[in-house]
Structure formats: structure tokens, C-alpha cells
Design a protein around this ligand. Structure first.
Ligand code: PLP
Length: 454
């Protein structure tokens, strides 16, 4: 190395004792709100409890000490874990094989659409319902597809006539979330799949939030050909500020040959199982490392083993029961734009309240923070005005759900009697409400502003 690149003096860093550091990080942790601090009903995000055993298993030296370029003979245990995780996910969805390469749900969509591109090279259009997660049209666009929107009907489900009118020989696939982002099950799913397949197109399942169907429905039987799951939602691995993601893609038999770079195979010889990696010549190529965020896969597999494949039936039943309980109770005083019983989440609208009191969904979200509850997702899906999207998950108990309802009712009363409190919230958190207009008009996109350190 060149001499002028070498450090000339010691780094001047203050030394801290272990207790000082522990206190420092503990204090920081108090300032962060997570699933471990309180109720976190963030719709479309499935903020379920992340079992501590997952972390323990993922910190075992055999997993953390592994190197990507290590001889495959020395990594048989890790390959087996990945193989068995993919097999479990296939068992839960009815798919044939898959990949752990995508490091987020959106990257899973990107991968899945690349496969559709390769399987239907002549076709240029992807259909996406108007209630879809924003990543769906984005993933289709970055893959070079034209996105055509399919409208929802008055019940919040795919409008079959609109779908029929948009199907033609240019359509490569339909991306569908089921239950959709309104928390409603597409009862016409088989009819929809039939229409799409008869048109020669493929069915893509956005399975980011698989919590309502897991253990109940094999989505292959609904007619889906390809899907992604979010291990960091349904399979209890931390997300948001808490950890990296994983969005495995699974496919039906016909599409296996397109899976990205390196597929894990099991070979049984003389009663001995070994694991190898291969790539088909039709593969879409490399997406990222074939093992993805490996330690996330370890945590998800620990969760699957601790639940048992049969245990997921109870997960989905409880997740749906909790959501329906909240939906029913809150509907006593809040407006539900879609009234049918929800699946794992539901959406209410504060549009009417805003008219009467000027209190908005944002004010409600910010106020909940002062009462040590995280806010629901707001202003999504786009088809509901002043939307609050609530997903309690299966890991919350009745007391928590009741406390949340009581708080929501209190805030509703306060909207009429003391709206100022809601408008100014949060006042008890470390960070108050930012000036969003100023943030948009004068964004500071770097920590260095015109050469000055801020
Ligand atoms: C979260 C989510 C995604 C995207 O997943 P990321 O890991 O955030 O990229 C896609 N679709 C739906 C329905 C989601 O809820």
C-alpha cells in the first residue's frame, strides 16, 4: 500500500467501559418503538412478535461463521436448511420449487416478473388492480412492462367485467394480492385465474402478507403460477428498522427452469443425502447471492420448525379472528367503507370526521404514538380517503385489542372536544411532528448541506 494512504497517527477515539456502552445502547433502544415495545397494528406489514429463539438459532457459530466461497462439502448443513425451507414454503403454497435469492418483497416481485418476461417474451402488459401495493406496478415497470390498472367493484374486489375488457394477447400476467390490501378475500379467484389462463397469461400472487391463508389455502389451487412471500412479515423475522428482508419466489413446475442463478438440489445415493447447486440454461440469471439474506432464512426456518406445518392453521385463524374482532368493535363508531367481514386486516375511513372536525388520519396516527401504540398504515390503499389500515396479527391478546379500541374511541371524542391535542401530537416522543410541507419544499437529502456539516 502507498505510504501516503497509511494512517500517520493513532485514531483519537474515546474509550468506554462495558457498563457505559450497555447504558448507552439501552437508552437508545428506549427511544425506538418496535413490536417489543407495544402494539404495532401497521396494516400490510404483519408486525407480529419475533420469537427470541429465532435470534438464538441464527447466532449459532456454524451459521454466522460460514463463507460464501467455502467448499460445498463444508456447507452441506446450510444448504440442507435452505433446501428444507424452500420445501416447507412449497408445501404451504403448493408450488414446485423456488429461490431464496430476493432480499425483499419488492425484489421478489422483480424476480417473478423477470420470469414472466422470459416465459411470455412476446407480451408486454401486466395487469394490476387499483388496490395493489405500490411495489406491484413499480416492479412491472422496471421490468419493461406496460402497467394496466384493473378497477375494483363496489365490494372492493376485482371487477370481473373490467378485467375481461383488459385481457388481450398482449397481457403477460395479472398480479394479485389475496386477501387484497382492503383485507378482503377474492371470492372469484378461480374464475379470475381461468380468464387469465385462457388468455395465455400467468397468475402472479403477491404473498407478502400470507397470514390469512397460511395453513388454510394452497394458492396453487387458486390457479397461481408464481409468487413471492415475505419471510420478514408472515414468517416472524424482524423488519423495518429491525432487520433485513427476504422475499423468496416460488413457482409451478413449468416455470422452474427460469428460476434465478443457482438452485439447490438434493441427491440421495446409497441412503445418503447430499446437496448441490445448479443453474438451468433457461435461467433468468443472477438476481443477488443465491442464498439471499441467509440468516433471515435461518430465523424463518426456526419459526416454521417451532410451529410445525400444521401449526399455521392456528396462526391464520387467530390473525383473522383478531382482525374481525377489531373491525366489528370499531365499526360501532368508525366508518368502514367495505363492510364484509375482513381477513387479516381491514380499512376504515376518517373522511367524514375530517369534514366535521378537520381531524385527519395523520392526526390519529400521530396521536396514538403518545399513548405508546404504533400507528396503523395511513392513506393506503389509495382507493379509500383518509384511510387507516389496521392489522393486529395473531400475536396480540384480547386486552391489547380492547385497549386499542378504547383509545381509538377516546381520540374520536377528543376530535370534537379538543382537536388541538390531536393536531399537535405527538408531544411525548423524542421526535415531534415534522413540518411536512417544508420537508417537501426544502428537502435536505444529505447530511452535508452546501459544504457545511449539520
Ligand atoms: C410489504 C409488501 C410488499 C413489499 O415488500 P418489501 O419487503 O417491503 O419490499 C409487497 N406487497 C405487499 C402487499 C406488501 O404488503
Amino acid at each position: 500500500m502507498k505510504n501516503n494512504l497509511l494512517r500517520q497517527s493513532e485514531l483519537s477515539m474515546k474509550a468506554f467501559s462495558e457498563p457505559e456502552l450497555v447504558r448507552y445502547f439501552t437508552e437508545l433502544s428506549y427511544r425506538v418503538f418496535g413490536v417489543s415495545s407495544g402494539f404495532y397494528p401497521l396494516g400490510s406489514c404483519t408486525m407480529k412478535y419475533n420469537p427470541a429463539i429465532n435470534e438464538k438459532v441464527a447466532s449459532l457459530a456454524g451459521f454466522t461463521g460460514i463463507h460464501p466461497l467455502q467448499d460445498i462439502k463444508k456447507t452441506q448443513g446450510s444448504l440442507r436448511l435452505m433446501y428444507e425451507l424452500i420445501s416447507s414454503l412449497c408445501a404451504l403454497t403448493g408450488m414446485k420449487d423456488g429461490t431464496l435469492a430476493p432480499c425483499a418483497g419488492a425484489q421478489g416481485e422483480y424476480t417473478g416478473l423477470k420470469i414472466i418476461r422470459k416465459a411470455r417474451p412476446e407480451r408486454k402488459v401486466i395487469l394490476v388492480p387499483d388496490s395493489a401495493h405500490g411495489t406491484n406496478p413499480a416492479s412491472a415497470s422496471v421490468n419493461g412492462f406496460k402497467v394496466v390498472q384493473v378497477n375494483s367493484d363496489l365490494n372492493g374486489l376485482v371487477d370481473l367485467n373490467d378485467l375481461k375488457s383488459k385481457l388481450n394477447s398482449d397481457v403477460a400476467g395479472l398480479m394479485l394480492t389475496n386477501p387484497n390490501t382492503l383485507g378482503l378475500y377474492e371470492f372469484n379467484i378461480e374464475k379470475i385465474s381461468d380468464l387469465v389462463h385462457k388468455n395465455g397469461a400467468l397468475m402472479y400472487y403477491d404473498g407478502a402478507n400470507f397470514n390469512a391463508l397460511i395453513g388454510q389455502v394452497k394458492v396453487s389451487e387458486n390457479g397461481f403460477d408464481i409468487l413471492h412471500l415475505n419471510l420478514h412479515k408472515t414468517f416472524s423475522t424482524p423488519h423495518g428498522g429491525g432487520g433485513p428482508g427476504s422475499g423468496p419466489v416460488l413457482v409451478v413446475e413449468d416455470l422452474v427452469k427460469y428460476l434465478p442463478y443457482r438452485i439447490i438440489k438434493k441427491v440421495t445415493k446409497n441412503n445418503k443425502e447430499t446437496y448441490s447447486v445448479t443453474t438451468d440454461k433457461n435461467s433468468i440469471g443472477r438476481i443477488s447471492m443465491f442464498y439471499g439474506n441467509f440468516l433471515v432464512a435461518v430465523k424463518a426456518y426456526a419459526y416454521i420448525l417451532s410451529m410445525g406445518l400444521d401449526g399455521f392453521k392456528l396462526v391464520s385463524e387467530t390473525a383473522v379472528l383478531n382482525a374481525r374482532y377489531l373491525q366489528r368493535k370499531l365499526s360501532e363508531k368508525f366508518f368502514m367503507p367495505y363492510k364484509s367481514p375482513c381477513m387479516h386486516e381491514f380499512v376504515l375511513s376518517l373522511d367524514d370526521l375530517k369534514e366535521k372536525t378537520s381531524v385527519t388520519a395523520l392526526d390519529f396516527a400521530k396521536s396514538l404514538i403518545d399513548y405508546k401504540m404504533y400507528a396503523p398504515t395511513i392513506y393506503f390503499p389509495l382507493i379509500v380517503k383518509e384511510a387507516l389500515m389496521i392489522e393486529p396479527t395473531e400475536t396480540e391478546n384480547l386486552d391489547t385489542l380492547n385497549n386499542f379500541c378504547d383509545l381509538m374511541f377516546d381520540l374520536l371524542d377528543k376530535s370534537f372536544t379538543n382537536s388541538k391535542e390531536l393536531k399537535e401530537a405527538p408531544t411525548l416522543s423524542d421526535v415531534g411532528r415534522i413540518d411536512e410541507v417544508k420537508a417537501v419544499k426544502e428537502p435536505i437529502l444529505s447530511v452535508y448541506d452546501e459544504g457545511e456539516k449539520i
